[in-house]
Design a protein around this ligand. Structure first.
Ligand code: SIN
Length: 302
């Protein structure tokens, strides 16, 4: 019998797992519990995990193959470890709701982020439950977006390459390697069968099959869903904390409020499958009751 403890941070998203040491290989039973907690809570947290890069990679490999990020600074020895370092001369910029690498044809299953240096205050990360965000949409919007696709791209990173003086030839190589993929606006989770919003402010450009104006309106409505606190949890970091989030089920936003202090993390990203929408896939995961209805909610204060 496993002794892992699971302490939820909110009713639907985020749970801290205790009594577990990620430095050693995990038994099949413990691994199955971690996997189930990830599916149930969409993001799971661990404290006091002083992992070496090798241990970080070994833990991540339990969940699949690892990607190498083509645009971000990497670890000097292990290219699968992405290093994100901010300080007074390099303020944070991950303060935009997103799911990782949706500009790939096969975006990420999940990301495992280890906090190396936490700021004294601030620098929290927020996570938003995209199942609950979908469930809370008005029915006519759900009907309109179910089965539609949206185009994604890496325009933000491309602008960074241009600023750093990339040549036309280099840019063309990146464009060919990462052709702007079309992903379902509503994604069926391959393991839980649940539907979640799968467009994000960082990487989605256009909903296809509607006018550009309607695309703008739909994206505004869908992006706004992530902003409701009722769909969110917020994680306060300490050095050696870990967050492992399911990019198929949630989005995240790193709060950039700690300048001029430093914040330094290492992220390993597990490659996922090709996103799809299946109107007939049965739900096998935990389905929360009575979702908060997002844009339809009226406070008595209004
Ligand atoms: C990210 O957007 O992947 C980084 C999140 C964080 O630094 O909290």
């Amino acid at each position: 019998m496993s002794t892992i403890s699971v302490s939820p941070l909110s009713p639907t998203i985020g749970a801290e797992l205790g009594n577990i040491d990620l430095r050693s290989p995990l038994s099949a039973e413990t691994l199955a519990e971690v996997r189930q907690a990830l599916l149930d809570w969409k993001v799971i947290f661990f404290r006091d995990q002083d992992l070496t890069p090798e241990q970080h990679l070994a833990f991540a490999r339990n969940f699949g193959d690892l990607e190498v990020h083509p645009f971000a600074p990497e670890h000097p020895v292990y290219p699968e470890i992405l290093q994100i370092t901010h300080h007074a001369d390099a303020p944070g910029y991950e303060n935009l709701w997103h799911s990782d690498v949706t500009w790939r044809l096969q975006p990420s299953l999940g990301s495992i982020l280890l906090m190396k240096e936490a700021p004294p205050l601030g620098g929290d990360t927020l996570f938003a439950d995209m199942y609950a965000a979908y469930d809370g949409l008005p029915d006519d919007i759900k009907e309109e977006i179910d089965g539609k696709n949206a185009r994604h791209d890496f325009a933000g990173f491309r602008r960074g390459l241009v600023r750093k003086g990339a040549t036309e030839e280099e840019l063309a190589t990146f464009d060919a390697a990462y052709p702007h993929p079309e992903h379902p606006v509503v994604r069926t989770h391959p393991e839980t069968g649940r539907r979640g919003i799968y467009v994000n402010q960082a990487f989605t450009r256009q909903v296809l099959g509607v006018t550009p104006e309607r695309s703008e309106e739909l994206l505004r409505i869908l992006y706004r869903q992530a902003s409701f606190p009722e769909y969110q949890c917020r994680f306060r970091w300490e050095a050696n904390s870990i967050a492992f989030w399911d990019n198929r089920a949630c989005q995240h936003y790193a709060v950039s409020d700690y300048w001029p202090h430093g914040r330094s993390v290492e992220r390993v990203t597990v490659i996922g499958d090709t996103p799809y929408f299946d109107p007939d896939q049965p739900v096998t995961g935990r389905q929360e009751e009575r979702p908060f209805r997002g844009s339809m909610q009226r406070s008595i204060l209004a």
